[in-house]
Design a protein around this ligand. Structure first.
Ligand SMILES: O=C(O)/C=C/c1cccc(O)c1O
Ligand SMILES: [Fe+2]
Length: 313
């Protein structure tokens, strides 16, 4: 096997919330399955499709997709704070290949990646995110305007095509919650100070970062207690999305629209764009089969929380 896929939800609340012990144990068991899968596959390279939550990408310049030629963790929520091991020559070659296929991919020679991008690799490699070569791929999942899902699919497909004929074990990772609506401000409804942050909020002060994180942690506590005014999780929507992943009919992802997702699955449900890109990349290498699926709606983590693995059929 020269390609494999791991898609999983992330949550900065993993270390800052306490779900019922049974839920926590089920999530840890799912992580153990993911680790075992990746250990057995033994990737030589990871292509990491991740979102950002206004830690690395801001409205001063917000591309739909961006490939990092080098990358550094922002350390938000105590996530990985250091350089990633990015093979720059390969990233340059991949970018040209994808652009030649009609996808207007942005590139960054110094990309910042936050908890959403690094958490799967933190889990897989016990925090040692730099232990594997990785191509970090940003997929805009929080900041309107959003490209149609068909473009995310075409983008993932182009990346998959690049690796289809390559004799190298490549793991495609997609990192994102399914339905969820954490308290990340929306530009349209933000006040002036929030708009300034959403536009140029790089390198926040420790006080600003602490206040932002405390707000998320408190919102999660209230959400679990039924007291928060964020949108509820939507297990039915989540299961429908997982069914499309498992069906292998990646063109069915195109029926998800930005307005429809906001209305029923929350503003951060767009993080499934990372899954769509990853599944489309694997699909470009041939038919695939989902071998493992975990799902729980977990309010303490503010996430429709899922883990799936897949291999070529
Ligand atoms: O505060 C943020 O930047 C995001 C928090 C969050 C909370 C729950 C699930 C997620 O996917 C998140 O990114
Ligand atoms: Fe997220």
């Amino acid at each position: 096997m020269t390609q494999a896929l791991l898609c999983m939800s992330h949550s900065p609340l993993l270390e800052h919330a306490t779900p019922p012990a049974e839920t926590e144990a089920a999530v840890q068991a799912a992580f153990a399955q993911a680790k075992a899968f990746v250990k057995e596959f033994d990737p030589e390279l990871i292509v990491n499709f991740g979102p950002d939550h206004f830690n690395g990408f801001f409205y001063d310049l917000m591309p739909p997709f961006c490939l990092g030629y080098t990358a550094h963790g922002t350390g938000d929520y105590d996530s990985y704070d250091g350089a990633l091991d990015v093979p720059t020559d390969l990233a340059e070659d991949l970018a040209q290949f994808v652009i030649d296929r009609g996808i207007d991919l942005a590139i960054s020679r110094r990309m910042e990646v936050d908890h959403g991008a690094v958490q799967p690799m933190e889990i897989l490699y016990d925090g040692d995110v730099a232990s594997k070569p990785v191509l970090p791929v940003f997929v805009n999942s929080v900041a309107r305007p959003f490209v149609p899902m068909s473009r995310v699919r075409a983008f993932g497909h182009a990346i998959g095509e690049y690796f289809a004929g390559v004799d190298r074990r490549v793991l495609f990772i997609g990192s994102g919650g399914l339905s969820h609506d954490p308290p990340v401000p929306q530009f349209d409804t933000a006040n002036a100070a929030q708009r300034e942050f959403l536009t140029v909020g790089r390198n926040p002060t420790p006080e600003f970062r602490a206040a932002r994180q405390a707000n998320t942690i408190e919102t999660a506590r209230k959400f679990a207690a039924g007291e928060a005014d964020i949108m509820d999780l939507n297990p039915e929507w989540d299961r429908g999305f997982l069914d499309v992943c498992a069906s292998g009919r990646v063109e069915d992802f195109d029926r998800y629209t930005a307005d429809g997702m906001d209305a029923v699955a929350g503003h951060s449900s767009h993080e499934v764009r990372t899954w769509v890109a990853a599944y489309s990349a694997l699909h470009a290498c041939g038919p695939y089969r989902v071998g493992y699926e975990f799902y729980r709606p977990i309010r303490e983590y503010i996430a429709g929380f899922a883990v799936t693995t897949a291999l070529p059929a």
